[in-house]
Design a protein around this ligand. Structure first.
Ligand SMILES: Cc1ncc(C[n+]2csc(CCOP(=O)(O)OP(=O)(O)O)c2C)c(N)n1
Ligand SMILES: [Mg+2]
Length: 376
C-alpha cells in the first residue's frame, strides 16, 4: 500500500520474513535459524561493536580526524547478519556504508578508518580477506559482482558465492538492471542485497520508483526474491544463508541468483556532510527506533537467559577497547599528500602537475609537520 507521506510506506509488516517481534520475542510462526548460543552471542557482540564504532567515527569526523563518513546506525543489524551468512571463500562487494559487513567478513577495524585519513594502502584488499574496496559510484558494483560470480561458475569454483550490497536508490540505475538480467540468464551464483533504508540522500523511497516493492523488480529478470525485515538480524541471517546456499550448492539443478530486499531505516544522516532535518519529518525515525536491531537481538538473548548483565558489560568494554586500539593504529599511519595526484590519470594533466609542484614546494619550505598549519 502506498501512502502519500514519506517514511510510512513500509509500515505493513506482514509482507516480509520476520523471526523476532519488535521486543525480541520469537514470533509464534517463526523458526530461529540453526545457530548455536555462542554464534548468536557473537553476532550480538558484532552489533554492539558496530553501533559504538559508528558513534566514534562520527565524532572523529567532527574533530577533523577522519574525512566524510557514511553512518550506518539502524543498518548494522542487517549488515552483520549478511556477513555471518557468508562462508570465508565468498566475496563481498560493499558500498560506502557497509562498514560492519566489511568487518565481519574479515577487514580489521583500523582498515575501515585508515582510508578516511588519506592512507592509500587502506583501500588495498588484504591478502586473505575477500572484500572489495567500497564502491561510491552508485550501482557500479552490481555488474562487477555478477561478473566475478560468473567467473567462478565458468572456472567450476562451485564453493564460492558473491554477495553484493547496494541501496534502494541503486535500483534506479541501469547497472542494477543489467546485472540482474545477466545473472538471471546465466544462472550466476550471486546474491543481490538491496539495503532499502527508505532514503537515497533526500529522495524518499516512494519517489524512487512506482513499483510496489523493490524485491518485485527481480520478476522482470526471472530471479527469485525475498523481502526481509532488515531490523531483525535473525531473519536477515536466515534469508541470506538460504540465498548463499542456493547460489553455490545447487544440487541437481543449477545455482541461482537471489534478490533480497532488506527493509531497514537510516537513523542518521546520509553522510556527515548531510542534514536530514531539512527534508525528513522529525518524528519519522520513531517507528523504526522501536524496532532497533541492537535492542531487538538483546531482548531475544535476555529472554533466552543467554545474555547476563555481566556478559553485557564485558561485551561493551571489549568493544570500546577494540575501537580505541583501532583508532590509535589508524592514526599512527602516515599518509603521503602526493597520493592525491595518483591513480586517476595515466598521465597527469599539466594543471594537476602544476598543483603537485606547488604542493611539494610548500612541503619543502615548511616541512610536513607544519604543513597542516599552513593549510589552515
Ligand atoms: C552514479 C552516481 N550517481 C550519483 C551519486 C551521488 N550519490 C551518492 S549516494 C547517493 C544516494 C544513494 O542512495 P541509495 O542507493 O539508497 O544508498 P544509501 O546511501 O541510502 O545507502 C547518490 C545519489 C553517486 N555516488 N553515483
Ligand atoms: Mg537508501
Amino acid at each position: 500500500m502506498i501512502h502519500a507521506q514519506s517514511g510510512v510506506y513500509e509500515q505493513s509488516e506482514n509482507d516480509r520474513l520476520q523471526i523476532l517481534d519488535a521486543d525480541g520475542n520469537v514470533r509464534p510462526d517463526a523458526e530461529v535459524p540453526d545457530l548455536s548460543e555462542e554464534e548468536i552471542l557473537a553476532m550480538y557482540e558484532a552489533l554492539v561493536l558496530s553501533r559504538r564504532f559508528d558513534q566514534r567515527a562520527i565524532s572523529l569526523q567532527r574533530q577533523g580526524r577522519i574525512a566524510t563518513y557514511a553512518p550506518m546506525t539502524g543498518q548494522e543489524g542487517s549488515q552483520v547478519a549478511t556477513s555471518y551468512a557468508l562462508d570465508e571463500a565468498d566475496w563481498l562487494f560493499p558500498t560506502y556504508r557497509d562498514h560492519a559487513a566489511k568487518h565481519v567478513h574479515g577487514m580489521s577495524l583500523s582498515s575501515l578508518l585508515a582510508p578516511l585519513r588519506g592512507y592509500r594502502e587502506g583501500y588495498a584488499i588484504p591478502e586473505d580477506v575477500n572484500v572489495m574496496p567500497e564502491y561510491i559510484p552508485i550501482a557500479t558494483q552490481i555488474p562487477q559482482a555478477m561478473g566475478m560470480a560468473w567467473g567462478f561458475k565458468l572456472q567450476g569454483q562451485s564453493d564460492r558465492a558473491v554477495l553484493c550490497h547496494f541501496g534502494d536508490g541503486a535500483t534506479s540505475e541501469g547497472d542494477f538492471h543489467e546485472g540482474l538480467n545477466f545473472a538471471g540468464v546465466f544462472d550466476v551464483p550471486v546474491v543481490f542485497m538491496c539495503n532499502n533504508n527508505q532514503w537515497a540522500i533526500s529522495t524518499p523511497r516512494e519517489r524512487q520508483t512506482q513499483s510496489e516493492t523493490l524485491a518485485g523488480k527481480a520478476d522482470a529478470y526471472g530471479i527469485e526474491s525475498i523481502r526481509v525485515d532488515g531490523l531483525d538480524p535473525l531473519a536477515v541471517y536466515k534469508a541470506t544463508r538460504a540465498a548463499v546456499r542456493k547460489a553455490k550448492d545447487p544440487g541437481p539443478g543449477e545455482g541461482r541468483p537471489t534478490l533480497i530486499e532488506s527493509i531497514q531505516y537510516r537513523f542518521g544522516a546520509h553522510t556527515t556532510s548531510d542534514d536530514p532535518s531539512v527534508y525528513r519529518p522529525e518524528d519519522e525515525p520513531e517507528y523504526y527506533r522501536k524496532r532497533d536491531p541492537v535492542d531487538r537481538l538483546k531482548g531475544y538473548l535476555e529472554n533466552e537467559g543467554i545474555l547476563t548483565e555481566e556478559r553485557q558489560e564485558a561485551i561493551q568494554s571489549r568493544s570500546d577497547e577494540r575501537i580505541e586500539a583501532a583508532i590509535e593504529e589508524a592514526e599512527s599511519l602516515e599518509a603521503d599528500p602526493d597520493d592525491i595526484f595518483e591513480h586517476v590519470y595515466s598521465e597527469l594533466p599539466d594543471r594537476l602537475a602544476d598543483q603537485r609542484d606547488q604542493l611539494n614546494e610548500l612541503r619543502e619550505k615548511y616541512g610536513d609537520d607544519a604543513f597542516s598549519e599552513v593549510l589552515e
